[in-house]
Design a protein around this ligand. Structure first.
Ligand SMILES: [Fe+2]
Length: 202
């Protein structure tokens, strides 16, 4: 177990898990996400950049994805992500799962998109979709945001010189999502299912 996974009594991660265990008992996604957001903001303050010191670096365009905790009842997972300068995601969804994200180190840019269908493939791979940029937010340490379906098409990108670290809490385990890759013409994208895995340390 690495320092990032330390859940000994009194550790920042133990406090976060206790907070999330309580938060996921709320009766709607909005209320759950509000409780999770408060927990993540406290975690960022308590962690004091600890995740940034212990999580390994990744090369190329492959951002790091580290499982910190899986709720034994399957209600949520806590995943830390590392973003070296220039790394980011394509436009993607969260397959209908709520998510709350909080910055632990550095800064990230989150761009959200509105979608409109163009040609159907039953909502699956190969579907052609047009996206329009809806909003762009730069988030720094301790700043958190929620993604509650159906408004969940977005890109995370680190255009800054310094590495960024974020922690994401999902309402389950996100093993795959749909990504949207440029289809060669302006705002036109092609849907593709992407399986997600964790970096080597878990
Ligand atoms: Fe995402």
């Amino acid at each position: 177990m690495s320092a990032a996974h330390d859940r000994s009594p009194g550790s920042p991660l133990a406090a976060l898990v206790a907070c999330l265990d309580a938060a996921v008992g709320a009766d709607c996604s909005q209320s759950i996400c509000a409780g999770v957001k408060a927990g993540l903001e406290r975690y960022a303050a308590a962690d004091q950049g600890g995740l940034d010191r212990v999580l390994p670096r990744t090369g190329g365009d492959k951002y790091g994805r580290h499982l910190l905790h899986r709720d034994p009842q399957g209600r949520y997972t806590i995943v830390a992500m590392t973003w070296e300068s220039g790394q980011g995601t394509p436009i993607h969804d969260h397959c209908g799962m709520w998510c709350v994200e909080c910055v632990q180190a550095g800064r990230i840019v989150v761009t959200s998109y509105d979608r409109s269908e163009v040609s159907g493939a039953g909502g699956g791979d190969g579907e052609q979709v047009r996206f329009a940029r809806a909003a762009e937010v730069t988030a720094g340490v301790g700043e958190a945001g929620s993604l509650i379906p159906p408004f969940d098409y977005h890109v995370i990108h680190n255009p800054f010189d310094a590495r960024a670290v974020t922690v994401h809490v999902y309402g389950g385990e996100m093993e795959r999502c749909q990504v949207f890759l440029p289809a060669g013409e302006g705002d036109l994208y092609r849907a593709e299912t992407r399986c997600l895995s964790y970096s080597a340390d878990g």
